[in-house]
Ligand binder design. Sequence first.
Ligand SMILES: Nc1ncnc2c1ncn2[C@@H]1O[C@H](COP(=O)(O)OP(=O)(O)OP(=O)(O)O)[C@@H](O)[C@H]1O
Ligand SMILES: [Mg+2]
Length: 245
Amino acid sequence: MSLLQLEGVSKRFGQVVVGEGITFQLDSGDALGIVGPNGAGKTSLFSMISGDIAPDSGVISFDGADLGHLSANRRARAGIGRTYQVPRPFEHMTVFENTLLAAQQGAKLRGQRSYDAAYGALDRTGLGDFANRRAGSLTLLHRKRLELGRALATSPRVLLLDEIAGGLTDLEVNLLTEIIRDLRHDGIAVVWIEHVVRALVSTVDRLLCLAGGVIVADGEPKEVLASEAVRSVYLGGKRIVEGVS
Ligand SMILES: Nc1ncnc2c1ncn2[C@@H]1O[C@H](COP(=O)(O)OP(=O)(O)OP(=O)(O)O)[C@@H](O)[C@H]1O
Ligand SMILES: [Mg+2]
């Protein structure tokens, strides 16, 4: 039995197909990357897993149970954590208050356990020294880390990362991939949507390419990136394989 399993998941917004028969599975400690052009349905896929939007058809199960109509909150408590493409911290709160709120609201932890989860998340994301800063005053790197920290504070078993490396320098991306490798090591399953392909390839062991809501390639990262299907999806084909070989 897989930790996370999608079977024939489909969704459209009017005429726009964002998911069509999406099927894959994931076990503890697995790291799966997702690439695909803008508008392919990548973020929508996360929203269906996290419970922010409902699929039109198909089954998403977690730990053997159909998530069905479980609310986003219940899914977070069950162990599904996600980050958002546009980081959305509470700007006026401190970094620590943001992770504490995630632990208390997302995971419904109380008292000392919520504090431990919040501090643990800051530790793991290297934000310990920033605990008392206002979230609104952070640089992009630290905002991305806080987005990750808020997801970690909910003690996820599956972590859905939506473009957390975009806009960062190479060095900053490396620091981020180290954090993600550590998380895998602890048995957290990671699904990572990213346009910074170099970061993905060094971190994931499997890659999906999504286009028009359909999985057009699925397999070993470098093979997927080199595949005809993926090249034809990206006009000018080269961009996706830059810096990989
Ligand atoms: N709530 C919504 N209502 C209507 N259309 C939507 C909604 N959410 C997304 N869409 C549309 O669905 C398509 C897929 O969007 P999605 O955000 O999933 O793409 P994406 O692969 O994450 O793209 P990007 O790489 O730009 O982040 C887009 O055409 C988008 O405009
Ligand atoms: Mg997106």
